[in-house]
Design a protein around this ligand. Sequence first.
Ligand code: ADP
Length: 172
Amino acid sequence: MLETPASVMRTAIYPGSFDPIHRGHTDIATRAAALFDKLIVAIYAVPAKSLLFSVDERVALARAVLAACGNIEVVPYTGLTVELARQRGAQTLVRGLRVISDFEREYQMALMNQQLSPTVETVCLMTSYEYAFVSASLVKEVFEAGGDVSGMVHPLVLRALIDKRKAGGEPS
Ligand code: ADP
């Protein structure tokens, strides 16, 4: 049997756009943090989707929301996630699965990352039932339409959504 030296720190990266961080993300991050010595929540600066919050705003919100979790670090990044993993000595990428339709994309991405870096494993955690319907885009859409999203996001994120609406709704 292969033995892992006790001194090897198990570090995982949880990458995403987090625009903004919501309770579905927080649930995956805190559950993953319990499985690894260290979890790096990595906020992709320039995803191929339209953003409400700048990368600095997304990082600041995630840091505030996850502050109580001592082994979670929040960082911005650009470029390949596997390259970030290499730089930070992480062996695992964590992703969350909500519905079947998430699976296809996550599966493709996991295989691509395996090609790019065979030593980095992808681990998918199933959503907690109560967050299965929560996505950042839906949170923003419902909020914009005047719906109550207070059960889906941390109060600090709700405050940021309100401030953003007042400011005209562009990343700053
Ligand atoms: P979103 O899909 O909310 O815009 P991201 O693109 O930032 O979020 O996704 C980052 C990771 O978090 C992805 O693996 C995504 O599947 C996962 N995730 C997002 N929302 C949830 C949720 N409600 N439950 C579980 N995982 C989730």
